[in-house]
Ligand binder design. Structure first.
Ligand code: ADP
Length: 394
């Protein structure tokens, strides 16, 4: 084989295996091709897998008539014909006029692009005002189209592969979610079923005290189940970002007072003191912010029982900082980074919970472009911090 031809083909192949931006690779490739097949414009069309329409994946004017670059539609017609006939096509002007504008005398060469052995696109060259394509030019252009097909095929495999990986991750998340949730649902259901079956047994009679005890368990487990379902639905909505936030002018000190009054009436033994040092108004969703505070209050009731709770509010720069400090048992250092994750729970104690509470808080605060975090000294207590940017009303 001619050594020169061999090194030329080699050069083309080398470009094809270069990594990096596909457009830059195609461009480099066509520049090398152009040293053997002179052309003014070139465009590559591929059929879109979903819509079936021909789309320009690459278009460039390299020589004369650069203005025509924007209008890559010039090759669409011949590309469609190449696709329909699945073969190389040449279109040349019927009459050659020396006086006519060269741009109007297009010499077109269209070559099929194949992916997986099926023609699904075309590479189209144009020369304005000739000369006509020789057999030599056609042979090199054909080789070029075959090699470009390899490049496009590889790109489509790569895309398919990354889509597949994303899908796999998604399925894994869903699997984890389903197994955790079915476990969480089964526990209260098991109690409800067990105690109601016991109560219904005809061979045993329970005294009133025991009946009441069983019914209380059924009642509590039903609450736990409905809380779980509610939280799961809420966290799913938050995860898909479909939870609408209604921003309105809001004073956090007022919200904290409101929620703490509600909590005080529910848990009379809870020792709450408020240290509210700012009455700044910001834009936020009052219902959602109240939900976050309520969750932090009930967590203190559940996980720091009997402890004193101090709720603080102050303005620092352009933010409002809310703190919930309890002197309860605290959170172990290794658990601290995980408590805001979905389903994470530190202890398997009696306190009912789903491990969704703090996750939901985090989603709500982040939707307000704020931050939430916790600091804790085991044995001494925990502080939850919320930082919300002050948003002025419009
Ligand atoms: P749950 O629904 O289980 O209450 P959360 O997401 O609200 O879930 O809380 C996650 C974990 O963080 C809880 O299981 C608990 O162990 C821990 N936690 C939350 N608040 C406190 C607190 N004030 N003191 C100690 N531990 C806490």
């Amino acid at each position: 084989m001619d050594k020169q031809v061999f090194s030329y083909v080699n050069e083309l192949m080398k470009v094809l295996s270069e990594r990096g931006d596909a457009r830059a690779v195609v461009e480099k490739f066509l520049n090398i091709l152009r040293s053997e097949v002179v052309f003014d414009n070139v465009a590559a069309y591929l059929q879109d897998a979903e819509s079936g329409t021909l789309e320009i994946v690459y278009a460039r004017a390299l020589g004369r008539a650069k203005d025509a670059e924007a209008d890559a539609a010039w090759g669409e017609n011949i590309a469609a014909q190449v696709m329909a006939k699945t073969q190389l096509l040449i279109q040349e002007p019927e009459t050659v006029s020396l006086t006519e504008d060269r741009i109007r005398q297009a010499y077109l060469l269209g070559l099929p692009l194949r992916i997986d052995g099926v023609v699904n696109g075309a590479l189209v060259f144009v020369r304005f005002g000739g000369p006509a394509y020789t057999d030599g030019h056609i042979a090199v252009a054909t080789l070029g189209a075959e090699l470009l097909s390899v490049l496009f095929e590889r790109r489509s495999w790569r895309n398919a592969n990354s889509e597949l990986n994303e899908l796999k991750q998604h399925i894994q998340l869903q699997d984890d979610f389903v197994s955790t949730i079915s476990h969480e649902l089964r526990t209260p259901l098991g109690f409800i079923k067990g105690y109601s079956t016991s109560l219904l047994r005809e061979d045993t009679s329970w005294d009133v005290e025991t009946q009441k005890e069983f019914l209380t368990i059924i009642d509590e487990e039903t609450d736990r189940l409905s809380l779980l379902i509610e939280n799961v639905l809420e966290s799913a909505r938050l995860q898909s970002k479909t939870l609408p936030l209604r921003f309105q002018p809001l004073r956090l000190d007022a919200v904290i007072r409101d929620v703490s009054a509600r909590i005080r009436s529910r848990y009379r033994e809870l020792d709450i003191s408020l240290d509210l040092d700012s009455s700044t108004t910001t834009q936020a969703d009052g219902v959602r912010i109240a939900q976050v505070f309520e969750n932090l209050f009930t967590n203190a009731v559940k996980y720091a029982p009997g402890a004193a709770l101090i709720v603080g509010l102050k303005k620092v720069g352009n933010s409002l900082i809310v703190t919930f400090t309890d002197n309860g048992p605290g959170i172990p250092a290794e658990s601290l980074p995980m408590i805001f994750e979905r389903f994470y729970r530190v202890r398997s104690e009696n306190a009912t919970g789903t491990g969704l509470g703090l996750y939901i808080c985090k989603q709500i605060i982040e939707a307000h472009r704020g931050k939430i975090w916790a600091e804790s000294n085991p044995g001494q207590g925990t502080t939850f911090f919320i930082e919300l940017p002050i948003i002025q009303g419009s």
